[in-house]
Design a binder for this molecule. Structure first.
Ligand code: AMP
Length: 212
């Protein structure tokens, strides 16, 4: 299936997309992960993206377009879940054109619904493993004891001020895309509150309904 997982930062998009890849073989394509990897490798792309990411701003559209389209093409145009792309009107238009030119339209856009106070709590308590990229939550899903605590870090854009900026940017630039996909009859709301498995169960139900 060709899917987007859509929603604000902290909605659990990465976690759920990761599970979907693990259990259903639908490849997660996360523009944020690709950019963070480029930053870690200090590539030209990473250097260009760093100041935007650290400030919680969006990276310019043209920079992410190529990497999203390349990742979809590498995947063979089927069975992918975009996580964190598109984020602007322009990106959504480009994506629609790109998929249409390959005659591989989207099957659905899962829209994760989570109240603001929960988002802030999830993001501020989120930690990542510096080397594996594995994500943890200090309260609900803490790092196992055999993991070296020095490797457990906070994402630079999960600091309180940056979190607020990312939520503002989401509201101003990205949230409206829900209407874009609703008009195309692709939007499927999913309650993103509660535990990881509980939310995953709802995602599986939504996918069953899309397949019918
Ligand atoms: P994420 O991991 O999806 O929360 O993305 C982390 C950061 O990467 C965002 O705050 C942006 O700075 C940047 N980024 C990721 N995807 C995009 C995108 N589609 N458009 C613009 N910036 C992006």
């Amino acid at each position: 299936m060709r899917l987007i997982i859509f929603g604000p930062p902290g909605a659990g998009k990465g976690t759920q997309a990761g599970l979907l890849e693990e259990r259903h073989g639908i490849t997660q394509i996360s523009t944020g992960d690709i950019l963070r990897e480029a930053m870690a490798q200090e590539t030209e792309l990473g250097q260009k993206a760093k100041s935007y990411i650290d400030a919680g701003e969006l990276v310019p559209d043209a920079l992410v377009r190529d990497l999203a389209e390349q990742a979809i093409a590498d995947e063979g145009h089927d069975d992918f879940m975009l996580d964190g792309y598109p984020r602007t009107d322009q990106q959504a238009e480009w994506l629609t054109e790109f998929l249409a030119s390959n005659e591989t339209p989207l099957d659905g856009v899962l829209s994760m619904k989570v109240p603001d106070d929960v988002l802030v709590r999830r993001l501020s308590r989120r930690r990542v493993h510096e080397e594996t990229g594995e994500t943890y939550h200090l309260d609900h899903d803490p790092p196992p004891e055999d993991v070296d605590p020095d490797l457990i870090v906070q994402r630079s854009d999960d600091e309180p001020e940056t979190i607020q900026n990312r939520l503002d940017v989401y509201r101003e630039e990205t949230a409206l895309l829900a209407t874009y996909y609703e008009e195309r009859d692709l939007l499927v709301p999913v309650d993103g509150t509660g535990g990881i498995e509980e939310v995953f169960g709802r995602i599986e139900e939504a996918l069953d309904a899309l397949e019918r």
